[in-house]
Write a protein that binds this ligand. Structure first.
Ligand code: UDP
Ligand code: MG
Length: 314
């Protein structure tokens, strides 16, 4: 390993004008205390507040011999995942670290991550031990999500892994070249690439300023992207329902015929018909919906549109 190391740090920024000043203070202290060279990349994911101007002002005043500050502005809001990919694509360091700009991913842990990298780890994943910032329902849905995805996916994902991670240049090159899918779940992909990996637990503090950009429906869409990109199992549900309903239909048909042929009175069975029809249609529509979701993702992939568009790169 050549010293000093060049470390790229990617911050995805979407309307974070309230959090940025505190972030600059923390990161400046960190850079000044380090022997490594830092490439700080701020990816402005189409912010509508003045995050861009605040970053510009920081770039003008932050002069450190061991740091360069880069600014990448996307042409509109592409979402957190795309912003991280844009940062990784433009990073030139020996190691690339991604973290949120709201200080919920403590930059103070960067030296600890780098220690693992220096020992030969290609990937360092950060796992939230306790997230003071998330609600009880948030934690419940998060555990439910990991339990569900780990049942469905052939790859076991670490519960509470975050979008706070370090990857070596080698892994970054693999992401740049081979993982260009539009529908992706980066923290999951990182865990399935392989290589020597270390995990560090951390406690995510509450958001000090600004608001979370992940309302319930956005999380739901991330969940659907994660499940569909890691598992085909939902597509096979139809087969199992098919077997189950075939068995029920056979039994019901046999019983109905028996009563018709040998019973005293013809079978009435209105309730059975209504229940059977409504349950079957419910399941049928549900399965069509699942197929629709996968076809939608296929449609997005084959269009091959850019994952993000860069407006300013300086
Ligand atoms: N973010 C982004 N694009 C988006 C939404 C969020 O770049 O469309 C950034 C945001 O500025 C923050 C990080 O992604 O730095 C995580 O977002 P947030 O804190 O809202 O998520 P939470 O921590 O609530 O899950
Ligand atoms: Mg946050």
């Amino acid at each position: 390993m050549n010293y000093p190391l060049k470390v790229s740090v990617v911050f995805s920024v979407y309307n974070e004008c309230e959090s940025l000043p505190a972030l600059f203070d923390t990161i400046s202290g960190l850079v000044q205390a380090s022997r490594h060279h830092f490439e700080l990349i701020f990816v402005n994911d189409g912010s509508t507040d003045n995050s861009g101007a605040i970053i510009g002002e920081f770039r003008g005043r932050f002069l450190s011999p061991n740091a360069t500050v880069r600014y990448l502005q996307l042409s509109r809001n592409f979402g957190h995942e795309a912003a991280m990919i844009a940062g990784i694509d433009h990073a030139t360091g020996d190691a690339v670290i991604c973290l949120d700009a709201d200080l919920q991913h403590p930059p103070e842990l960067i030296p600890q991550m780098l220690e693992h990298f220096e020992k030969g780890c290609d990937i360092v994943t950060m796992v939230r031990r306790k997230n003071a910032g998330s609600s009880r329902q948030g934690r419940f849905f998060s555990s439910l999500f990991y339990c569900f995805i780990n049942q469905l996916s052939p790859h076991k994902l670490q519960e509470n892994a975050s979008d706070f991670f370090l990857i070596s240049k080698k892994v970054a090159e693999i992401l740049k070249k081979d993982f260009r899918e539009r529908n992706r779940f980066l923290r999951g992909i990182i865990q399935t690439i392989g290589f020597q990996t270390a995990t560090i637990g951390f406690e995510a503090p509450t958001r000090q300023a600004g608001k979370s950009k992940y309302p319930f429906f956005r999380l739901l869409s991330l969940t659907s992207a994660a499940i569909s990109s890691f598992s085909k199992a939902p597509l096979f549900l139809g087969i199992w329902f098919g077997f189950f309903f075939a068995l029920i239909s056979f039994l019901l048909g046999f019983y109905t015929l028996w009563v018709y042929l040998f019973g005293q009175t013809p079978p009435s069975g209105y309730t059975t018909i209504v229940l059977f029809m409504s349950v079957s249609f419910m399941i049928l529509f549900f399965l069509i919906g699942i197929i629709g979701i996968y076809v939608g993702y296929l449609f997005d992939e084959q269009k091959n549109r850019p994952l993000y568009i860069v407006e300013i790169n300086e």
